[in-house]
Structure formats: C-alpha cells, structure tokens
Design a binder for this molecule. Structure first.
Ligand code: GLC
Length: 591
C-alpha cells in the first residue's frame, strides 16, 4: 500500500488552488490559472513588515511571473504534471521540473540538451505611504544559482522590483536553484536536478511508508490527507519552537491551540515525537498566569484580540485529552511527567480567571476562546458560561486523573475524579433545561436562546443520568435538528439562527463530529458512533480536496472555507483508521 499512496497522488494536486510546498518549508508555489507562469508566496506573517496579524493573507506573492523561456527569452507554454515531490512542466522544448532541494530552496530542472532558462519578477522590497511620509522594508533575500554555464543573466528594475532572465547552456542534468531566505551554509548548488528530485521522492516515500493501512474505500482521500499532514508542516522559527503543523499554509499561518491537539491525533500514527511536539509547541508559549495563547506565530503569540470585543483569547482546553490519546498509541511516562504541571496550571487558569460568579462553572470571555468564532451562542453578549467549555474541563480533569495515577499520584488522581464529577453536577444544576431537554449556555444567568450541538456536549462526560442522556440522544438523532446526510450542523437546522454556509452558524465541522464519535463510544452507543463516523468520512470523501467546513445542506465547501485544512485531514485519518480497525474486528468475529 505504501508506495501506491504516493502514486495515487499523481495529478491530484491542483496547484492553481493548493500550494506545491514541502515538509517544513514556508515557500508555496502556485500556477497562475490560465497563464503559463508560476508564483511563489511565503507562508509567513512577517508582522515586522505589516503589523496587522492578517496581512499575510492579502500580501502579494514574493515571486511572480515565473516563466520557462527558450534561447531567445520567449516564454514557453506548458501543461503541468503534479506529484507531491515534483512538478513536471511539459513544453515544446521538453520537460522542465521543480522540486524542493531543502525547505528554503526550489530547484528547477531544464530540458536535457537544450538552451533554455527562467524568467521571473521578484519584489524584495515592501513599501507603503504613512501619514507622516513613507516606509521601505526588505522582505527576504533571494539567491539564484545554476550548475552550468550561463549564457544570459539579466536583472532589470521593473515595477518596484526586479525582472530576472537567466538563460543557460545545454546540459544533461541542469539545475537552477532559487533560495529564499538565508542560503544554506553548505551551498545551495544542487549537483543537478535529478539528485534533488530523487532525494525529495525518497523523503516522501519514507513519510508514506509509516502510514498505517486502512480499508480500500478510504485510500484516495487518505493519501491526500497524509499529503496535507506533511505539506502543512513548518520548521521552527522564532516563537515556533518545534516543527509544527499550521492549519492551512494558504490561510492560517501560525499554530492554533486546539488545532494543534487535533493534528497530533494523526501524527501519533506515523511519528509519536512529531505528535508530542505539536503539544510542546503550544505549552512552550504558556503565559505566567497559566493561560495558553490562542495562537503562536514566528514573531509572537495571540493572547488578546480587540474585536468583536477586547478580551484575552485562548482556545478550548483539549490538550490533556490529546496527550492521553498519544499515550495510548505510544506510551511515554516521561512526556506525561513533562506536561503534567503545565496542564494543571492551565486547568487552574480557567477556574481562577474565567468564573466571575465563582460557581465552579467556567465562562468564555471572548467568542474566539470557544473556537466557535461567530456562533450565535455569542450573539447575546459575553461572558457566556457554556456546556461545551465545562464539558472540556470535565474531560480535562478526567484526563489529569489518569495522568496523575500513571505517575503514581493516586490521591491527586482521586481529587481530579471528584472535581470532574462535581462539574457535571454543577452543569445539571445550573445549565440543564428540563423543558427543552438540552443544556443551555448562559449569559449573566439568562439562558441563551440558541440550540447547537454544543448544547448536547455533556454527553461526552460519560457521567449523565439515563433520562438526561436519552433526551440528548433524541436531539442528536432528530433530522429536524442535527441528523441527516450531512452531520452535524453547528446550529440546529430548525433554529432561526441556522445559516448552512456561514462558518459556525450552521456548517459541519468534522472536529466536532470527532468529539461526538468519542462521546458516543464512551457511553456505549457504538452503533450510532459508527454511523456518525461513516457519515463524516463520506462527507470529506465527496471532494477532491479537504476543507475547513462544509455546507450543512449541500455538503459543499463554502468559498470562505479554507482549503487543505489541517484538522479535517487529521480527523479523517484517525476516523479512517478507527473504522478500518473496527471492520477488520467484525470480519475477525464473523470468521
Ligand atoms: C478559526 C476557527 C478556530 C480555529 C482557527 C484556526 O478561527 O474558528 O476554531 O482554531 O480558525 O484553524
């Protein structure tokens, strides 16, 4: 299976939409739609250039108009053949190729025996007018080198940057390498394109060789998901202290707290240390009071946001739960020991700083701390005490109990169990709505009139009385609310706030489905868990790429949903492995 996973990705990457990149790299190569040229973007926020934390999304590419040219300098038309490790451009002169020599170096191969070259436009300067005048800054260095004789090498100032045209002599294995950022101290001159291509292919084959087998029906999307898991990794730089996955190199540059936990669920199947590093990368940025920031990027952390209100921002507390998942597949007491105290401080922060009425139930102070940015749950004002947050905290304290016991601290383990149980009682006392049969979110003690899957979350505590449990399951499986072909909408279908294509106001998010699969397994509702698992896998498999969220009525990704999305890939992988293990168990039982 392993070699065929890479092979199955032949021509699967649509590089007009998704980047040709590489594990660890911050370079993204795209093909300009309808034009015979490429452009290169940087998966870097570069807040030193533009302080706005979202500016990277709109910044123009670093290299544009990258064309393959003939001996006279005329651009060549091409068709492109894609693989994760190489792009081949078929032209009338023969094949050009592109592969990663290392994380900052793109190596181009030229058609053997032909005189040809590359031209491109590079904009190493950034400038803008300010109220008082103007400012010029440098972006990144660019170096280009070739291993053969140069026939023409022109650098011409053009449109605020430079146009480069490089034409080289015929040769058997010619390479032109473009390095963005610090050149490699060993030198960036690839001995030739062939060697760079072979090395890259070996790296990708090694990656796929560690992937566990799954049932045939998942293989296509499974291969693509594992491509995303490698392609979205960035190397350490600045505050990013470990090799880590960003949710999407295109639209989410940085590490997000709960995304990192979800990403680790997939990595544990191929590289337990890489999985642990996703958690370490976040814990490395813990603040003095125990809080963990919402997100971490090269130049800083995001721990406060000023819109729609100014408040501290974090993300749901799922790291302890994720750490135990890693421990299940690769037991590592040293790791549990390393993270136990930071996790205890993180847990303490929630109760110390986020419980204004000191009733033992925590609140979200900023909508984004919930991870459910624009959910109608926040339409009625902040702070909001919610069943989802207190369920995460219950699960977290249950996980801390297991970790404490694994480390030989039985009394502390028993304390966490008591606290996990107590928070369930508090939720039943304060948030349970007997008439509606759901848990309510509350803003200043007033129930928030919105029904979402988050109102059913306490299912996941595994500690509810039977009557409450049954009423929640009735909601979950009601097609008027949550059930149907595309599950689970993030707002009940019959709720007046439901908007099937608007982020957290209706679309399906597969990380939420994952938590429900987990909850259903835990309460013994295995058949329902299987159905939810299969529906989730089927939804992702409907599309050639993998997206952030899906329209709850059509199953299509809205245009606003990020492409090559990390946790959707990670959840797909983990659920496909679960489903495959279960179906082989069934076969075993039948046999
Ligand atoms: C969006 C989501 C949030 C997620 C972040 C990064 O803001 O609402 O839950 O953590 O993107 O993927």
């Amino acid at each position: 299976m392993t070699s065929s996973l890479l092979d199955s990705l032949h021509n699967r990457l649509d590089i007009t939409r998704v980047p040709f990149s590489d594990r660890g790299s911050r370079l993204m190569v795209f093909c300009e739609p309808g034009a015979d040229c490429l452009y290169v973007k940087l998966a870097e926020r570069l807040t030193v250039l533009q302080p706005d934390i979202d500016a990277y999304r709109y910044r123009p590419p670093f290299i544009t108009n990258l064309c393959f040219i003939n001996a006279r300098g005329a651009p060549l038309g091409f068709t492109v053949e894609t693989w994760p490790h190489v792009l081949l451009f078929h032209t009338e002169l023969g094949d050009f190729g592109l592969t990663f020599h290392h994380d900052r170096a793109l190596t181009f191969g030229l058609p053997p025996g032909k005189t040809a070259g590359l031209s491109f436009h590079v904009a190493p300067q950034f400038w803008e007018k300010t109220e008082q005048g103007g400012v010029f800054k440098a972006i990144r260095d660019l170096t280009y080198v070739t291993n053969t004789a140069i026939l023409q090498n022109e650098i011409t100032p053009e449109a605020g940057g430079y146009r480069v045209a490089l034409i080289v002599d015929a040769g058997e294995d010619v390479a032109v390498t473009l390095t963005v950022g610090a050149p490699d101290p060993e030198g960036d001159l690839s001995p030739g394109f062939h060697a760079a291509r072979v090395a890259s292919e070996q790296r990708w084959r090694a990656w796929f060789s560690r992937v566990p087998p799954v049932a045939e029906r998942y293989l296509d999307a499974y291969a693509y998901a594992w491509w995303i898991m490698s392609n979205n990794l960035i190397n350490p730089q600045g505050r990013v202290a470990y090799e880590a996955m960003i949710p999407s190199k295109i639209s989410y540059v940085g590490l997000w707290l709960w995304d990192s936990a979800m990403h680790a669920l997939a990595y544990r199947h191929v590289d337990p240390e890489l999985a642990r590093n996703q958690l370490r990368a976040m814990l490395a940025c813990q603040l003095d009071d125990g809080m963990l920031p919402d997100a971490v990027y090269d130049e800083g952390v995001i721990s406060e946001i000023d819109h729609p209100i100014r408040a501290e921002v974090t993300k749901p507390p799922i790291l302890a739960w994720a750490a135990l998942k890693l421990h299940e597949t690769d037991p590592d007491l040293d790791f549990l020991k390393e993270i136990y105290v930071p996790l205890v401080r993180w847990n303490a922060w929630w109760f110390a700083m986020n419980d204004d009425d000191v009733d033992g139930l925590a609140q979200y102070n900023h909508p984004y701390s919930s991870g459910l940015d624009d959910s109608p749950l926040w339409d009625y004002g902040m702070p909001v005490e919610t069943p989802d947050l207190n369920t995460y905290l219950c699960v977290q304290m249950g996980s801390l109990a297991i970790i404490a016991e694994a480390l030989g601290m039985d009394a502390e383990g028993a304390m966490w169990r008591r606290r996990a149980k107590a928070i369930v009682h508090r939720m039943i006392e304060d948030l349970w709505d007997e008439e509606a049969g759901v848990f309510r979110a509350a803003h200043h003690d007033a129930p928030v009139p919105v029904i979402t899957p988050f109102n059913l979350y306490p299912l996941w505590t595994g500690q509810l009385p039977d009557d409450i449990l049954q009423r929640l399951l009735d909601h979950l499986t009601n097609p008027e609310e949550f059930w149907g072909e595309f599950v689970l909408p993030s707002v009940a279908r019959n709720d007046p706030h439901f908007e099937p294509a608007t982020m957290w106001r209706g679309p399906v998010w597969v990380n939420i489905n994952y938590f429900f699969v987990e909850a259903l397994e835990q309460i013994g509702a295995h058949a329902l868990a299987s159905v939810l698992r299969e529906k989730t896998l089927a939804l992702v498999m409907r599309h050639p790429s993998i997206y952030e969220y899906y329209n709850a009525e059509t199953g299509e990704p809205p245009v606003t949903a990020a492409d090559i999305f990390g946790w959707t890939a990670a959840v797909f992988i983990d659920l496909a492995i679960q489903a495959s293990a279960r179906s082989s168990d069934d076969e075993g039982e039948q046999g």
